[in-house]
Design a protein around this ligand. Sequence first.
Ligand code: MN
Length: 139
Amino acid sequence: MEIHRNGSRPDMTGHDQWFTGKIAMAPVIGAEAPGRPGIVTLNFLPGARTNWHTHPLGQTLIITAGRGRVQRAGGPVVEVLPGDVVWFSPGERHWHGAAPDAAMTHIAVQAALDGVTVDWNDPVADADYLTPPGTIELK
Ligand code: MN
């Protein structure tokens, strides 16, 4: 058993090559092999977002605070709010971040494939990020 006391591990903030704007990433847990789950909490300040990226085994986001935006390649920008849960399929190109005028916090859950949880790509252009949110895709 391990107990990580609140505040015992510093947030990570130096991810300028993978994010636009200011974010803080707090580790929750990284499973030891052969376990796979990796869980982090991410706080995006207004305007901040990830680069375009994919996850080899997919990703679940649980929005816990604020107001944010997500988009999969080829789909609309979608606004997300606390309590919303987002699933990205393995290999599905996407980004996630805060709204332009509001911060957003989410828990991110992703499993590792051969130690890799994410494959990063190019930044999200302002013209794409600032597209007004569209209709949520219902399945
Ligand atoms: Mn992602």
